[in-house]
Ligand binder design. Structure first.
Ligand SMILES: [Zn+2]
Length: 373
């Protein structure tokens, strides 16, 4: 392992009042990166005395009796990420407090290069209570994720502890000439998809939506503007509560709704706005089971007024489909195909800046199944 100047940080818990500490914990953690320039973190969702929140953290954990620090970090990364790593160097030590649980942590940070990934060995608690999963992110996306998660007290403590370490790791990798870290393609659509899937898993599991809906995120987005991670075109049906289906909150999804999730001119214009001005990396068209607009189109029944025009559009979309399920899928496919009529959307796809996907939401199970893209 190389020797480099190390950081030493002593942090206080500014979120909860200090009373006493009943133990100091020796902890090992790592900034893990791979040959393609991606970084690996764990994401946990918790709903306990710290609050209801989704968090990002480096992989790591407590040093066990008889282990030295290097043995401990090797074991932890194997268990949590399934990663076999090369220890590049020590980054330093951050001492911090969690007053709510009377804990003082001494975190020893390492920089590790992943050699290969295999099976993880998570504990039952990590799976069931914390929904622990791996996050693979570019450096910029990781910084953004820490900043976003700093909307809760625990998220702020974690960002205070880890962002200086992540920035130091990034600087070390620059000194080492690890070009991949600085050239990794903006694979943000991958992250968007991952966030949608993870959010839907949480929703299906019955977990309370941990997304931010409070004054702090309202103020932040009012001052800084919106940076949604995807645009979603979906049906107006009240049984499709989009933000809950994906466990997201203020400023995360740009949502366009109409009966039957058809790509009307105004829906297409709204998607164009999200792509051209908000630079969303992903557009998802979300159909659903039991769609009334599709059923109306299938039935052949004529509707008066503007509704008649909308049903006619759905009827054209579903073509010769016979069953409700076939028709819902055909309607989805038509709406996704209609996105291609926009030059701005086509160009964004061709430049690799935009991914378009289609999915069906099951209103009974809560499951989102990706069908297109
Ligand atoms: Zn519908």
């Amino acid at each position: 392992m190389l020797k480099r100047p190390e950081i030493r940080l002593g942090l206080r818990d500014t979120e909860w009042p200090f009373t006493y500490t009943d133990h100091d914990r020796q902890i090992v953690r790592a900034i893990v990166y791979d040959a393609d320039g991606y970084f690996y973190f764990v994401r946990a969702h918790r709903n306990d005395e710290f609050g209801n929140a989704t968090l990002i953290e480096t992989s790591g954990g407590g040093v066990e009796p008889g282990e030295d620090l290097q043995q401990a970090i090797t074991r932890e990364l194997g268990e949590e990420l399934g990663a076999e790593v090369e220890l590049v160097c020590s980054i330093g030590v951050v001492s911090d407090y969690y007053n709510l649980i009377h804990r003082h942590n001494i975190n020893h940070y390492y920089l590790c290069r992943a050699k290969r990934f295999g099976q993880k060995h998570l504990t039952q608690d990590e799976i069931e209570d914390f929904h622990l999963s791996t996050l693979r992110l570019r450096y910029e996306d990781a910084v953004r994720e820490y900043e976003h998660r700093a909307c809760t007290p625990l998220g702020r403590l974690l960002a205070n502890r880890e962002l200086p370490v992540l920035r130091r790791a990034h600087a070390i990798l620059r000194e080492m000439g690890e070009h991949a870290v600085f050239e990794a393609a903006p694979g943000s659509a991958e992250l968007s998809l991952e966030k949608l899937l993870h959010g839907n898993e949480l929703y299906k599991s019955g977990a309370q939506n941990p997304a931010y809906l409070d004054e702090r995120i309202r103020m932040k987005t009012a001052e800084e503007g919106q940076t949604p991670f995807a645009a979603v075109v979906c049906c107006a049906d009240s049984r499709v509560p989009v933000e809950h289906v994906f466990s997201v909150g203020v400023g995360e999804l740009f949502v366009i709704r109409n009966a039957g999730n058809v790509m009307s001119r105004s829906a297409l214009a709204s998607v164009e706005y999200a792509v051209a001005h908000l630079h969303v990396p992903m557009v998802l068209v979300l159909g659903h089971r039991g769609c009334g607009a599709v059923a109306a189109a299938l039935s052949g029944h004529e509707e008066p007024g503007a509704l008649g025009e909308l049903v006619a559009q759905v009827r054209a979309n579903i073509g010769t489909a016979k069953t409700a399920e076939e028709a819902e899928l055909a309607n989805l496919q038509s709406s996704v195909a209609a996105l291609q009529e926009s030059a701005c959307i086509r160009q964004a796809i061709e430049k690799g800046e935009l991914t378009v996907a289609g999915a069906i939401y099951d209103i009974a199970s809560g499951e989102v199944s990706f069908e297109i893209g």
